[in-house]
Design a protein. Sequence first.
Length: 286
Amino acid sequence: MLKKLRLKKKQQQQPDVSSADTEKQPTIEAEVEAEAKANVTADIKIKDSTKEWPQRKVTLAPDQPLLEVRNVERIFDVGSQKLHVLKGINMQVMQSQLVMLKGRSGSGKTTLLNMLGGLDLPTSGEIWFRGEQLSAWSDDKRTRARRDDVGFIFQAFALMPLLSAYENVELSLRMANIPRHLWKARAQHCLELVGLGKRMYHRPFEMSGGEQQRVAIAKSIAHKPLLLLADEPTAELDTQMVAQVMGVFQQIIETENISICMTTHDPTIMEVADHVYEMVDGKFVS
């Protein structure tokens, strides 16, 4: 009898494995379900963050020129003399197009590029940007347009020497008033787009000339401009670096839907352009 009681007690003390597994199973399923819900929530947040990017106030029809120049002339006063730099310029830049201004130094390319970006105004004629007359805007409105819708690439790179590549790109997002939580993803995307994903935390003096130019390109497109203006971006680069930069430009046009207008005197890169305007003595020649 005593043996039977001891045996019964042991049986009562032993845990029921099957019941324990049954009790744990719902807990595991609940964890999996909770994780799945968390992933869905994260995906929704990512999608929502893309919607939070500042919306443009002006939209263009697909066949409408992004930029149009009509009979533009630019005359500078030099002492008592009149210097006629641009003479009756007419041109168009369509959406997602690469346009080149070809000509020797002193032909007026940079002067025209400055006016396309609203940095200077024509003496006569009109410049239209995104369906509005840019040349009639106030200085404040032109400044806002440059901040929001135009990117600039300078021949001298114009990078902050003490900031890393990532910080240089992030700086342009700060200046464009892009929401802070979008900075990291956008800066990393732009640097990866130009092939510098593994060099984003290097400073300019730790990079080659071609790499610095690509940082400048990433910086200029970070705020998602409509138009990119580049003043001889390949002038200081060797042949291999020139090919890389032009490849980046073509990729930007395809993926970012940006129009690019650049000046150059390099005949080897003309074939990749959608349109080439040749300037001689302040006017286009056919």
